[in-house]
Design a protein around this ligand. Structure first.
Ligand SMILES: [Zn+2]
Length: 222
């Protein structure tokens, strides 16, 4: 019967896939928890004081998984004025602590809404990135640059790096399981004492693969 042949075929290919994955024919696989990063903003002291007032202090509401990083109560509006039309996204969360330079991290979906064209960048690499306006309760700033789509990355402590053999700056592929699986490429490993083992994806990637915070991905190493 055609149906049972088809079934056998599919069972065989499933078993072969499982053996392949267990044998690790193309290297080792390390499970890593997924953290989905919603749009957010890191502020410099100067910009924070323009948006919220001189001497203002950000109010922490929650520690993030990465040591020392936290979500703040404060939110601002991202604005882009194009041909006299104002495009905006309200209530964008501020993350602490303060940084040297203000950085606005959005998804491509957000960028389309705002009619912006930010580059895909590593955090902190802002030269020539997209200009944008931020509006807070005390004032606004026109940033000459600072808006990016964050590149996919994995946070590792030096111990995680040692265990996995991954090096800072190394680019890896990561397999995502589930109902909409796939392999994502160009994922950069970042090693720092304060880091906790976690892959950070933006909401576009998270939604495309139906992943949520705490789901598990597999790092593919060759
Ligand atoms: Zn991150």
């Amino acid at each position: 019967m055609a149906i049972s042949e088809k079934l056998i075929e599919s069972v065989v290919s499933e078993v072969v896939e499982q053996i392949k994955s267990k044998a690790g024919t193309d290297g080792y696989r390390f499970s890593v928890p997924i953290g989905i990063s919603n749009r957010h903003i890191h502020l410099s002291l100067k910009d924070m004081e323009i948006l919220f007032g001189k001497g203002y202090e950000l109010k922490k509401i929650k520690d993030l998984k990465q040591t020392g990083e936290f979500a703040c109560e404060e939110k601002v509006t991202i604005v882009n004025i194009i041909n006299g039309n104002e495009k905006s996204i309200e209530a964008v969360r501020i993350l602490g602590p303060l940084r040297e330079a203000t950085q606005v991290e959005i998804s491509m979906n957000d960028a389309r809404k705002l009619k912006l064209n930010p580059p895909v960048r590593n955090s902190g690499e802002l030269d020539g990135s997209e200009p944008v306006r931020l509006v807070g309760p005390n004032g606004y700033i026109d940033l000459k640059q600072g808006c990016i789509i964050a590149s996919r990355h994995i946070h590792l402590s030096p111990i995680d790096a040692q265990k996995t053999g991954l090096k800072s700056g190394q680019i890896v592929d990561v397999a995502i399981r589930g109902e909409k699986p796939g392999i994502i490429g160009n994922v950069q490993c970042k090693v720092k004492d304060s880091f906790v083992f976690e892959i950070h994806l933006d909401t576009d990637d998270g939604n495309a693969f139906l992943q949520k915070d705490g789901d598990i991905a597999e790092i593919l190493t060759k």
